[in-house]
Write a protein that binds this ligand. Structure first.
Ligand SMILES: [Zn+2]
Length: 541
């Protein structure tokens, strides 16, 4: 079997026993040796790949909390507030006014065949607070066909009159979450899952189902490659038969540049059935596909005021958020899946949700103790010091929603959280100090996939408006790099296979145009990913 040796200006290994190297040998998709030129001679004949000779290589980046919708949604029109790059490398301008949004919808309607619905995503109402978007604003742009806009939170939509009509929901709809105007007619605002489901049914579309199709997953792979990601989660996958088949199909292809780790949704299905489904998936994975994670949704999102906060709740006096199921039901789900041996990934955004979930994990571990359980609490954006001491004693991992600080930090400061809580927003330095295993994430498509950007936010803690929030919670660059490689791999129980460059692990690399350990934290977001290598195979950007 042939041996391929990659040479680089510098190889950052994330292996403390040998932190730096210049050569890495690959055989059959795995790392055969790491070292310098002299150490490679012992391998006998090998083929040298020198194309990255003046580049820096590091372990392929690992995104511990993303959704494959980050790829699949690009089949639809982008209407986000911030500029964003699509999987083909095109950067779309952000939409900052209702007029700009109307223009983009009109342009799309002109390009599309007559009658075909216009489906869009990424709209973020929190940046349009002075004006509630309703069906009339969309009718003014496009009225001859349905328009459906999924909000960036993925928890709400706005639709036009034609969409309501076609779905049979244009009169009094009687469905919770289909919001009404003063005359009692649906106004085009659609909130939460049941109401969005009614729109999907009525129009014969389903945006969320697009991750169950191979095309959507392939777009996700493209997006990942561009930002150096070689392993990513799809952290809310229904694991339908069709979805499992799609995951198997795309990951079986040699040229698919991504290892996928789906986490099964536990809400909306009987617990026994969910456990059975996850068990049945055990042998359905491959080198690029890993089953076993169970995802529990608890509260909502802070920007939608649906996250559950402890006293004194929201800074601007908005009522406290919402649970996706009662706390007792949620605890029952945690207990049952833990007892069944599944690895839990638990969404807990607000600090009240974190308290309830720490209780649930504590009870589960008392009843069914398990060493090395790697239960991971996701988001944990408002974790306080007492909660972190407790998390450390329970041995849970934290994966922080770090990108929030950049994209919504200014709004958190002014409206949602106020000054003091913004100092501890995604408290990564404290998490590390408490010895809690740490990862940081994008929650793509809520924010763009791109772990080097996420690392930049963790080190610099600057908002889009340029304010620093919580300077005492900054990570240093080595800590941030660990969080986007080995740290995330640990939370997925894959750290023996990926996350660092060591003999025997998968030959997964990110190839960079400069050295993140030298360029300084401010430049982390500007590092260019030149290529990824997955299982020894090069995917150039
Ligand atoms: Zn998520």
């Amino acid at each position: 079997m042939s041996t391929l040796v990659f040479r680089a200006k510098k190889i950052i290994t994330m292996n403390p026993s040998l932190p730096e190297a210049t050569h890495i040998a690959v055989r059959a998709g795995r790392i055969l040796a790491v070292g310098d030129e002299a150490s490679m001679r012992a391998l006998g004949d090998y083929q040298l790949d020198d194309r990255f000779g003046n580049k820096v290589m590091m372990p392929g980046l690992v995104e511990g909390h993303s959704h494959a919708l980050e790829g699949a949604l690009w089949a639809f029109l982008y209407l986000g507030f911030y500029p964003r790059q699509d999987p083909n490398g095109k950067t779309w301008d952000g939409i900052e006014t209702v007029e700009a949004m109307q223009q983009r919808l009109q342009d799309a309607a002109e390009r599309a065949p007559a009658g075909e619905p216009i489906i869009a995503w990424g709209f973020d109402p929190i940046f349009f607070r002075e004006r509630e978007l309703d069906r009339h604003a969309l009718d003014a742009a496009v009225s001859d066909r349905p328009v459906v806009i999924l909000h960036t939170s993925c928890h709400a939509m706005t639709v036009n009159t034609a969409a309501l009509k076609q779905a049979g929901l244009d009169r009094h709809a009687g469905v919770e979450g289909i919001m009404l105007d003063a005359e009692g007619r649906p106004n085009g605002s659609i909130k939460e899952m049941a109401a969005m489901h009614a729109i999907h049914e009525g129009l014969g579309i389903n945006l969320f189902d697009s991750v169950s199709k191979p095309e959507g997953l392939r777009l996700f792979g493209e997006k990942a490659r561009r930002v150096g990601v070689t392993t990513a989660t799809d952290l809310y996958n229904p694991l339908t038969d069709e979805g499992i088949a799609a995951l198997q199909e795309v990951t079986a292809a040699d040229d698919f540049p991504l290892r996928l780790v789906p986490a099964m949704t536990t809400l909306g299905r009987p617990v026994d059935e969910g456990i059975e489904r996850l068990r049945a998936c055990r042998n359905k994975g491959n080198d690029k596909l890993y089953f076993g994670l169970a995802k529990v949704m608890t509260d909502g999102a802070m920007t939608a005021y649906t996250a559950r906060l402890n006293w004194p709740y929201y800074h601007n006096g908005q009522p406290n958020g919402a649970w996706n199921a009662s706390p007792e039901e949620l605890k029952g789900i945690v207990h049952a899946y833990h007892q069944a041996g599944c690895q839990l990934q638990i969404h807990a955004n607000g600090d009240e949700a974190l308290d309830i979930m720490l209780d649930a994990v504590h009870e589960a571990l008392e009843m069914w103790p398990r060493p090395d359980h790697r239960i991971t609490l996701q988001h944990c954006q408002l974790a306080n010091q007492a909660q972190m001491r407790r998390a450390a004693s329970l041995g849970v991992c934290f994966n922080l929603l770090m990108n929030h600080l950049y994209f919504w930090g200014d709004i958190h400061l002014e409206h949602i959280l106020g000054y003091e809580r913004c100092q501890r927003l995604n408290p990564s330095a404290s998490v590390a100090r408490h010895g809690i295993p740490l990862a940081i994430h994008s929650d793509a498509p809520v924010t763009p996939l791109g772990p080097l950007f996420t690392a930049y936010v963790a080190c610099v803690r600057k908002t889009a408006g340029g304010q620093v929030l919580g300077e005492h919670e900054r990570l240093n660059v080595p800590q941030a790099l660990e969080a986007i490689t080995l740290g995330a791999a640990y939370t997925l129980r894959l750290d023996h296979l990926i996350g660092s460059l060591e003999m025997g692990k998968f030959a997964d690399f990110a190839v960079l145009d400069r050295d993140p350990l030298v360029c300084g934290p401010d430049a982390l977001a500007d590092i260019r990913v030149e290529a990824t290598v997955v299982g020894g195979r090069v995917h150039e950007c």
